[in-house]
Design a protein around this ligand. Structure first.
Ligand SMILES: Cc1ncc(COP(=O)(O)O)c(C=O)c1O
Length: 408
């Protein structure tokens, strides 16, 4: 679209945006089961106010905006605390899970190069690990070695033991993984990495701000955080189950040394003065830092526990509902709020098509074919309606062939 010669009235511009937005996924109504994590209007109001307050600032130079520097430090410290980091733990905020993962992979690569002289680095990650690890391997010149999954969809530790070698710079486990919501055997994988003197990353992008609260509620939570010996870095996305608006994640290091030595970039060979940054971005939006800080303050432990309770109840209800439909089968034993279900008898994508027609948005997966749900607090209002439509779709349409393209 060429730039128009003359500007348009603001009402006109916003009117067009609002109109076109009507065709977007309806997450406010609870019909979307990924991408956005709605937690209620009070939290939305907190996020909107915090974002507005810091819409224009630039987090590149913390010396100019000390309030931002303090908020980022608070968010990192709170997160390290939730993940049971020791005094030595530290970290940085990034734009999202992918950037946090890129930083973990870079740290591990550079550490292995310096400490062990590794020149052909390998990254060992479960087949179910997020594509951000493949992207990091691609960008940073590592070979990605995929650990096969066991029958329970968790990384096969025996296979990892065969695959690891002296060129392995990082072993990865997810808590939980996106496709099945299961937590990999983190203690076993981290011990394997430690035995080989190499780094281990827990990808808690999904679980970092929910598993700690589930544990406090007495739910069974497998070990995944800095209490596990051998875990060197953890990614935790506050823009997922921390309920922050997008653009906020934390890369946490067990020891601040690795953050300083292998992640942080400092440069002074240009006329513009000393330039330093802790992650990929140069100029950084201030609003995600402000929103992350504000939502942590606004909710506190009590608020996060209340949201976690809603999620537990809704996930249990959905799980029981799905398991009560004879044609459907849950994949694995998810620990948190992420469910994938398929069928040996019917075409689960045809079921997805019917749900689409009713306005629901469930992601499709393959290997095995499945529909995918990530439960947010606000889904408690619509869980029964989804189950009704799901039962109906299975009974009346499941045997029809899916007519839309299969995608994951
Ligand atoms: C387990 C896991 N890791 C990493 C990511 C990547 O996070 P982002 O989309 O914020 O880059 C996701 C995204 O859903 C995820 O589920």
């Amino acid at each position: 679209m060429p730039l128009q010669p003359r500007g348009r009235p603001l009402d006109d511009v916003l009117g067009q945006m609002r109109k076109e937005k009507e065709a977007d996924a309806d997450w406010r109504g609870g019909r979307t089961w990924s991408l956005v994590y709605p937690a209620g209007e009070e939290i939305d109001a907190c996020l909107e106010a915090a974002n507005r307050l810091y819409l224009y600032e630039n987090a590149l130079n913390p010396l100019r905006f000390p309030s931002l520097r303090r908020m980022e430090r608070d968010v990192v410290e709170t997160t390290c605390g939730l993940l049971h980091g020791a005094e030595s733990a530290s970290g940085a905020m990034t734009s999202g899970g992918t950037e946090s993962i890129l930083m973990a992979v870079k740290t591990a690569r550079d550490r292995a190069r310096e400490e062990r002289g590794v020149r052909s680095p390998k990254l060992l990650a479960p087949y179910s690990a997020h594509p951000a690890f493949a992207k990091a391997a691609h960008y940073l010149g590592l070979e990605l070695v995929q650990i096969p999954l066991d029958t329970d969809y968790r990384a096969d530790v025996g296979a990892a033991r065969e695959q690891i070698d002296e060129q392995t710079v990082l072993v990865v486990g997810s808590a939980p993984c996106y496709p099945f919501g299961v937590v990999d055997p983190i203690p076993e994988l981290a011990a394997l990495a430690a035995e080989h003197g190499t780094s281990f990353h827990t990808d808690a992008c999904l679980g970092g701000f929910l598993l700690p609260f589930l544990e406090r509620l007495g739910e069974p939570v497998p070990a995944f955080d800095f209490r596990v010996p051998g875990v060197t870095t953890i990614s935790a996305d506050i823009h997922k189950y921390g309920y922050c608006t997008k653009g906020a994640s934390i890369i946490a290091h067990a020891h601040k040394d690795t953050l300083r030595r292998y992640q942080t970039f400092v440069y002074d060979r240009w006329p513009g003065g000393v330039y330093g940054s802790a992650a990929m971005a140069g100029a950084r939006p201030a609003a995600p830092i402000a929103a992350a800080w504000a939502v942590l303050q606004f909710l506190g432990e009590e608020g996060y526990l209340a949201q976690a309770r809603r999620i537990v109840a809704t996930t249990r209800h959905l799980r029981e509902g799905i398991e009560s439909i004879p044609e459907l089968r849950l994949h694995g034993d998810p620990v948190m709020s992420v469910l994938a279900f398929g069928s040996d008898e019917i075409d689960v994508f045809a079921v997805g098509d019917v749900l689409d027609e009713k306005g629901w948005c469930l992601d499709r997966q393959t290997q095995p074919d499945a529909l995918h749900l990530m439960v947010s607090p606000e889904h408690d209002r619509v869980a029964d309606a989804l189950l009704d439509d799901l039962r109906h779709a299975v009974q009346h349409h499941g045997r029809a062939r899916a007519h839309t393209a299969r995608y994951s």
